[in-house]
Design a protein around this ligand. Structure first.
Ligand code: GLN
Length: 385
C-alpha cells in the first residue's frame, strides 16, 4: 500500500486565520486577522507564573489541572455566573479552550453524530468536530442582529443529532445570545436531548446593553452542558494555552482522561499564573476590560464606516465583520488580499466563517490591539475610502 495521509487529514488544513497572519508578516503589515490580543498582561498573572517557575512549579500537574487553579475557576464561575461547581470532579483544565473542546468532543461524540453549529462560525469548532468524525449541521444567524429561527433549527435537527455548539459572545459576529434566545435553545436541547457545548472564551468582552449568561445556569441545563472557557483573552495570554471545561462529573472524568492522553497537562507555571490572576483581580479589572474594549470597538467601527467598509457592530467579543462589497476582488480572499496590499492591514476573509462559498462580501477584523497599533491601522484603512 502506498504511503499516504489519513482520510481525516482534510479536516485540518491550515486555517485562513493563520494564512492571513503569514501573508501579513510577509509584508510587515498590521495583523488584525488572528485574534492575538497583544494588550498588556495583568501584573498578578505575570508574577504568579514567574514566581512559580522560580519556586519549582515546573513538573506535571494533575491531568485535570492544579487544584488551586480549579478552585479559583470554581469561585470565579460562581461569582460571575452563579454556577456552582465542584473543583475536584467537575473541572478539567486543558490546553486552551480548543483543547477542552477537543477532549469534550472525543468524550461525548461517536463517528457520524451530528452537531448543530451557528453560521457564521469559528472554523476551529468545525475542524475539531471533523477530527472526532462528527458531522456539523449549519443554522444561519441572520444579520444585522444575527438572529436564528426556531423553524430552521427544527428543520435541521435529526435523530442522529447529539449536540449543539453555543459560542456566546460569538466569534466572528460578536453576537451575544439574549436571555430569550437562550431559553428557546434550552427548550430545543431538552426536546431533542442534546449536549450543549458552549464556548464562552469572550465572556468578559460584553458591551453596553448586553449581558453574558452561562447556558449551564438555565433551569435543567446543567447536566447536558459542557461549559468551555479560558484565560487566553481575559488575561491576554493567548499563547499560554490555559482553557477549561466545566461539566457533570460523569463527563468530566473522561474529558480528563483524554486531556491526559493528548496534553498530559496544561503548562504548570502558567496554570499557577492564571490561578493568581483569578484570585487577585477584582471586579474593577473585568469591568475595566469591557469598557476599554468597548471604546476600541466604537473607534474602530467608526473608522470602518469612514473607510466605506460598513461594520456589523458587535455586542461582544473583539472582532468585527465589515461589509467589503465595494472592495475590488470576486472572492472574500481576493478582497482581504486587496485590503492587505493597499493598506498593510490584514483581515480574515468572511468565507472562512461560512460554508459553501458564502461570506464573500465580508471580512473580519480583530480590534484586540494596543491603541497606537489600532490608530495606525485605522489611519491606513482610510486609503480605501
Ligand atoms: N481565536 C482566535 C481567532 O479567531 C485565534 C485563532 C487561532 O489562531 N487559532 O482569530
Amino acid at each position: 500500500m502506498a504511503l499516504a495521509l489519513s482520510s481525516r487529514h482534510g479536516c485540518v488544513l491550515q486555517s485562513e486565520i493563520r494564512n492571513m497572519s503569514i501573508e501579513c508578516s510577509r509584508i510587515g503589515g498590521i495583523n488584525l486577522s488572528q485574534g492575538v490580543c497583544d494588550t498588556p498582561i495583568p501584573d498578578a498573572v505575570v508574577r504568579g507564573a514567574s514566581e512559580s517557575i522560580a519556586t519549582g512549579v515546573n513538573t506535571y500537574t494533575h491531568y485535570a489541572g492544579l487544584f488551586r487553579l480549579r478552585e479559583a475557576i470554581a469561585r470565579k464561575q460562581l461569582k460571575f455566573s452563579g454556577m456552582q461547581c465542584d473543583p475536584e470532579n467537575e473541572i478539567v483544565v486543558s490546553a486552551g479552550a480548543t483543547g477542552a473542546l477537543y477532549c469534550a468532543f472525543q468524550t461525548l461524540l461517536d463517528p457520524g453524530d451530528e452537531v448543530i453549529v451557528f453560521e457564521p462560525y469559528y472554523g476551529y469548532h468545525i475542524s475539531t468536530l471533523l477530527a472526532a468524525e462528527a458531522v456539523p449541521l449549519y443554522v444561519t444567524l441572520e444579520p444585522p442582529g444575527w438572529t436564528f429561527s426556531l423553524e430552521e433549527l427544527e428543520r435541521t435537527v435529526t435523530p442522529k443529532t447529539r449536540g449543539i455548539i453555543l459560542n456566546t459572545p460569538a466569534n466572528p459576529s460578536g453576537k451575544v445570545f439574549s436571555a430569550a434566545e437562550l431559553s428557546q435553545l434550552a427548550d430545543f436541547a431538552d426536546t431533542h436531548d442534546l449536549f450543549v457545548f458552549t464556548d464562552e472564551i469572550y465572556e468578559h468582552f460584553i458591551y453596553t446593553g448586553h449581558e453574558h449568561r452561562s447556558f449551564a445556569t438555565l433551569p435543567g441545563m446543567r447536566e447536558r452542558t459542557i461549559t468551555v472557557s479560558g484565560a487566553s483573552k481575559t488575561f491576554s495570554v493567548t499563547g499560554w494555552r490555559i482553557g477549561y471545561a466545566i461539566c457533570d462529573a460523569r463527563w468530566a472524568k473522561t474529558i480528563g482522561y483524554f486531556n491526559d492522553l493528548v496534553y498530559v497537562c496544561a503548562p504548570a507555571p502558567l496554570q499557577a499564573g492564571v490561578a493568581r490572576g483569578m484570585q487577585e483581580l477584582g471586579d474593577d479589572y473585568y469591568i475595566g476590560l469591557a469598557r476599554e474594549y468597548e471604546a476600541r470597538r466604537d473607534r474602530f467601527c467608526d473608522a470602518l464606516s469612514c473607510a466605506g467598509l460598513p461594520p456589523y457592530i458587535p455586542d461582544g467579543a473583539y472582532y468585527v465583520l465589515a461589509d467589503v462589497s465595494r472592495v475590488p476582488g470576486s472572492t472574500g480572499k481576493e478582497k482581504a488580499m486587496h485590503i492587505l496590499n493597499t493598506t498593510g492591514v490584514a483581515s480574515v476573509p468572511g468565507s472562512a466563517f461560512f460554508q459553501g462559498g458564502k461570506g464573500n462580501t465580508t471580512v473580519r477584523f480583530c480590534f484586540a490591539k494596543e491603541d497606537g497599533v489600532l490608530d495606525e491601522a485605522m489611519g491606513r484603512l482610510q486609503l480605501l475610502a
